[in-house]
Ligand binder design. Structure first.
Ligand SMILES: [Zn+2]
Length: 560
């Protein structure tokens, strides 16, 4: 018997006991009145009030039905004109990198090379010499030149600080000369497998730009942050999630980060539920620990392993069948040999893990679907239900769409990637391939399980942007008229459902979270206004009134 159903049954029993076991109706801990409620429950999508007790939803329905649970100790929250939805579950985040984007150097909105250099210069001014400058999320595609920066740009302002700042997609970094020197990288250093040390075509010297696997030549020599530093950054990220109505995250973690999460949780300070993925390289260690899919509890889940099939479209390293339109010399990069990827998937599936595989290019998606199909054939049925997923699933050919459905693979997509990448995607891969990329509407309308996320730090963690992107496929400021590949647009109901119930399904928890329904976990987000009554453009600035996790208010806007 799988644990999901056991757990679901336990939750239902708990709520029945609370609701009907006594003559007097149970007293709710909290009742929400006045807001419209979108439940994401297909059988009863709308309600007017809800009651919460012991971290679970006790009742959802009319104000009358809910009011009978109001007792002396009940907190009654009135949010007239608001909209309550199941708490957002971001199916793909990098909490530490995201936290760093809140507390570290900010390069994302530097408008050109000069501003980029000036920000770095200002940042190092008070920094002890020798301290590394990292991350930053720069984006050369937003600059008039659209050219990669080079070490020559930043060397004059960083003579005493090694710099290794990363593009917002995480696939390209810029090192200054000091960083290259410390890492021992010279003109003669060969490109590693799966990576590029970009070189000046005339001198052959490294320009400082390191792509994909080449980045590790530098990162491996950067001192690792200690738990205290990780905690400082993670706490900023957790608070940010609460402010944005994000109640669950599925996070690219590692052993150190997991330790810090556990520490915060043991102090009762964790306000977001975490599905903590491990790099697939840690699998052996996980097996030894007895971890596999469905391990953990409702606060920290484990048993998903993360792997990569390719790089990113922005970096030109996503793996396609055909060469890039703007660079016919390459079709992108596979992260490993096909054989190794197939073996990893087969082993992870056999060991009872769920697999989250990053695949962006059409070939990467196709090869991973092949590998999953092969693993299922060889491993046969599994007692632990499979919730394998492809992360990003950006370019997927028609024939592979059917395989997503047949194999039950979850498409874990980030709507905000579409409206960000559309600035340059047609230039890079051509219009024909864009036609079968970022196909969110196709996934959802053809019955493929779809989870929504942001890939924060790559995109903002803000769910309002994801909803807007999925529904309009327009830039936040508007355009292109009618949306980019408008046939892929979806409704707000569909977008909210993918962002809540869809993401819960991806972690196997659709029986306990992702809906506002009796017996479900009381993770709820309330907007100050009803998004359904507003233009999508207005959603972007509608304040989050309240975020509730486990029946407790973890964020509340100041009331006017
Ligand atoms: Zn990611």
């Amino acid at each position: 018997m799988n644990r999901l159903f056991l757990l679901g049954a336990m939750v239902m029993i708990a709520s029945t006991a609370a609701g009907c076991g006594r003559i007097e109706p149970a007293q709710a801990d909290l009742v929400l009145l006045g807001a419209k409620i979108f439940t994401a429950d297909a059988e009863a999508p709308w309600a007017d009030a809800l009651a919460v007790k012991d971290g679970l939803i006790l009742e959802v329905g009319t104000e009358r039905a809910v009011s009978r649970f109001i007792g002396e100790g009940t907190e009654v929250v009135h949010r007239p004109g608001g909209l309550a939805v199941p708490g957002f579950n971001d199916a793909h985040v990098h909490m530490v990198d995201g936290g760093r984007s809140l507390v570290g150097i900010q390069l994302r909105d530097a408008e050109d090379e000069e501003k980029f250099r000036d920000r770095i210069a200002a940042y190092v001014r008070d920094l002890p010499p020798g301290t590394w400058v990292q991350h930053g999320n720069w984006d050369h595609e937003a600059w008039p030149s659209k050219r990669h920066p080079s070490k020559e740009l930043i060397d004059p302002v960083t003579p005493d600080h090694p710099v290794f700042v990363t593009r917002l997609d995480g696939h390209i970094s810029l090192a200054n000369s000091l960083a290259l020197e410390l890492a021992g990288i010279t003109a003669d250093t060969p490109d590693p497998v799966g990576g590029d040390i970009v070189r000046d075509p005339e001198t052959g010297e490294a320009t400082g730009i390191m792509i994909d696997a080449a980045q590790t030549l530098v990162t491996r020599i950067i001192p690792q942050p200690d738990d205290v530093e990780i905690r400082r950054v993670l706490e900023a990220a957790i608070a940010h999630a609460a402010e944005l109505g994000v109640t669950s995250v599925q996070d690219n973690t590692d052993s150190q980060l997991l330790r810090v999460y556990e520490q915060i949780r043991s102090e009762g300070k964790l306000t977001v539920r975490v599905n903590a993925w491990h790099p697939i390289g840690e699998m052996e260690q996980l097996v030894e620990e007895g971890i596999r899919a469905w391990s953990g509890d409702m606060w920290i889940r484990r048993g998903t392993v993360k792997m990569f099939a390719d790089g990113s479209m922005g970096a030109g390293s996503a793996w396609f069948f055909e060469p890039y339109t703007d660079d016919p010399s390459t079709s992108g990069l596979a992260m490993d040999s096909e054989e190794d990827m197939r073996r990893m998937i087969r082993e992870a599936d056999a060991a009872g893990f769920n697999i989250a595989c990053h695949a962006i290019g059409d070939r990467a998606n196709s090869v991973i679907l092949d590998a999953l199909a092969e693993a299922f054939r060889i491993n046969g049925a599994r007692t632990i239900p499979r919730r394998h997923r492809i992360e990003h699933a950006q370019a997927v050919r028609e024939e592979d769409m059917d395989r997503f459905r047949e194999l039950g693979i979850i498409a874990s997509v980030q709507p905000s990637h579409a409206i960000d990448d559309m600035r340059w995607a047609e230039k890079r891969i051509g219009r024909e391939r864009c036609d079968y990329s970022y196909r969110i509407g196709s996934f959802i309308n053809s019955g493929i399980h779809t989870a929504f996320g942001t890939d924060w730090f790559v995109e903002p963690l803000d769910p309002r942007l994801g909803l807007y992107a999925a529904v309009t496929r327009e830039f936040p400021g508007g355009g292109p008229e009618g949306g980019w590949f408008p046939e892929e647009k979806i409704t707000l109901e569909q977008a909210l459902t993918a962002y809540t119930l869809g993401s819960a399904y991806a972690e196997g928890l659709e029986g306990v979270k992702g809906k506002i329904a009796e017996g479900y976990l009381a993770d709820i987000t309330v907007f100050e206004k009803d998004l359904f009554k507003l233009e999508p453009r207005e959603w972007l600035t509608i304040p989050i009134a309240l975020t509730m996790v486990d029946g407790k208010v973890v964020y509340a806007a100041q009331e006017e």
